[in-house]
Design a protein around this ligand. Sequence first.
Ligand code: SF4
Length: 213
Amino acid sequence: MDVTRGMYERLIAGATMAGTPLLMAHVMACILALAYAESAEEGGDAGELCGLAGHELDEVAHLVFGGTGLPDGAGRKGAPGAPEMDLRAILMMHAASACRSEMLLSAMIARRALRPNHLWQDLGLSHRGELSELMRRHFPGLARRNAQDMKWKKFFYRMMCSAEGFTLCAAPVCTECDDFEDCFGAEDGEALLARMANGKWLSSSQPLQGGMA
Ligand code: SF4
C-alpha cells in the first residue's frame, strides 16, 4: 500500500471512531493526504499547503479524525493573504452548521483554491461530483447560488469581485459572453491522488488539464 493511501485510510478509520460525517472526513483526509505528498515531493510545509496553523492541524487531527496522529507538519506561518481571507469568509458565512470542523474545512479549501488545477483536483478528490456534493451538504447557500453549475473557482472569484463592487464579466449575460467556456466548460482531468498512486507526478508549476478553474 502506498504511503498516501495508508495515511488516508488511517484518517478515515479515526474519523469513523469519532463519528465525523463521512463526506467531510473524506474531503479533509484527501486534502491532508495530498498536501503531505506534495510536501514530500516538492518540499514545503504540509500545514502551510493546507492553510492551517500548527494548532489547527492538531485540532483537525483530534476533532475530525479522533486523535489520529499526523506526520510532522509545522503549519502555516503568518496570516493568509487578502484573497484567501475573502474566500474563507465567504465559505464560513455559508457553512451549513457553522461548526468548528466546517470552519477548519473552509480554511483548507480557501488555501487549496490557490493551487493551479481544478479545485476538485487540488482537494485531492476523485472527480468534480464529490466537490459539488460537498458544497450541497456543507455550503448549501453557495450550492444554491451556483445553480448554473459554474466552475467553482470562477464562481468564488465572481462572488469575491462582486462583494468588492467589481465585475469579472465581459458581457451582460453569460450566453453572449466569449468567456463562456472558461466559466462553464467541463472540469475534466486526472485525480491527483490516483496519479500519484500510479507513480506519476507533475510539478505544481505545470497545471494539469483545465488549469485555473
Ligand atoms: S460567462 Fe461571461 S458573463 Fe458569464 S460569468 Fe463568465 S465572464 Fe461573466
